[in-house]
Design a binder for this molecule. Structure first.
Ligand code: IPE
Ligand code: IPE
Ligand code: MG
Length: 237
């Protein structure tokens, strides 16, 4: 791992969100099936998570499967469900050793049993780790997350004057975590695609044309450096 001296350790984002996009196009460019792009993307994910932990970022949230991704061909959906099992059973060991605690954003109930079980085991394995939190957004939708928070409010019969930003934040999957500081989207699409709508309110956005499987250390450092030069005003002057 190279030592990026020019990253300012005092200006690191606390919470980075990543819309890992472009796996299909990466594969297509090489005449490979889309699934090979997802497999290569998994390697990128591992590298980016380990770098984040080493650099001292507190939370990384990655978008792995959206509530809209069920619209894809069954074969691809099945592949992604199996790939998640592989991540949890094989790849997680290395992240566990790096002190990463895994957390899921999303509704696990509609997932195939084997995928859900592998995720639950992965959560259990890493639950006491303290170095960094990795949120994997899986069967995740930003609107769906807000809806489930509102349902809780209604079910608890909460008086309307108790409904505050803090209260709603505490009902999101990210509960006690800070809001997003930086959101990175690979493959050039200028959209949010239903990713962490509540937590994104004041995030800095960084879009690169690089496809996710090619988004490695140098590209990631470039994104963080770009963030470190932004002037964040949060509505002030
Ligand atoms: C992102 O890559 C991964 C998932 C959505 C699971 P895509 O599969 O969307 O790749 P493109 O956008 O088709 O290239
Ligand atoms: C967003 O990518 C979801 C994930 C990266 C998991 P998509 O490829 O599904 O988004 P759209 O359809 O281009 O907006
Ligand atoms: Mg895509």
């Amino acid at each position: 791992m190279k030592n990026y001296q020019d990253l300012d350790p005092d200006r690191l984002p606390k919470h980075v969100g990543i819309i890992m996009d472009g796996n299909g196009r990466w594969a297509k460019k090489r005449g490979l099936p889309r699934t090979m792009g997802h497999r290569e993307g998994m390697k990128t994910l591992k590298e980016i998570v380990k770098l984040s932990a080493a650099w001292g970022i507190d939370v990384v949230s990655v978008y792995a499967f959206s509530t809209e991704n069920w619209k894809r061909p069954l074969e691809e959906v099945n592949f992604l469900m199996k790939l998640m099992i592989e991540v949890m059973q094989k790849e997680l060991r290395e992240l566990h050793e790096a002190g990463v605690k895994v957390n899921i954003l999303g509704d696990l109930s509609p997932l195939p049993d084997a995928t859900r079980k592998a995720i639950e085991d992965g959560l259990e394995l890493t639950k006491d780790n303290k170095k960094m939190v990795l949120n994997i957004a899986f069967n995740y939708g930003g609107r769906q997350e807000i809806i489930q928070a509102v349902k809780t409010v209604v079910e608890e019969g909460m008086p309307s004057d108790e409904i505050t930003e803090e209260k709603l934040s505490s009902l999101m999957y990210t509960k006690d975590m800070p809001d997003l500081d930086l959101v990175i989207r690979t493959s050039g699409e200028m959209r949010i695609s239903n990713f962490m709508l509540w937590q994104i309110a004041y995030a800095e956005l960084y879009v690169t044309d690089v496809l996710w499987p090619d988004f490695r250390e140098t590209e990631y450092a470039k994104a963080i450096k770009d963030y470190q030069h932004r002037g964040r005003r949060f509505g002030g002057i």
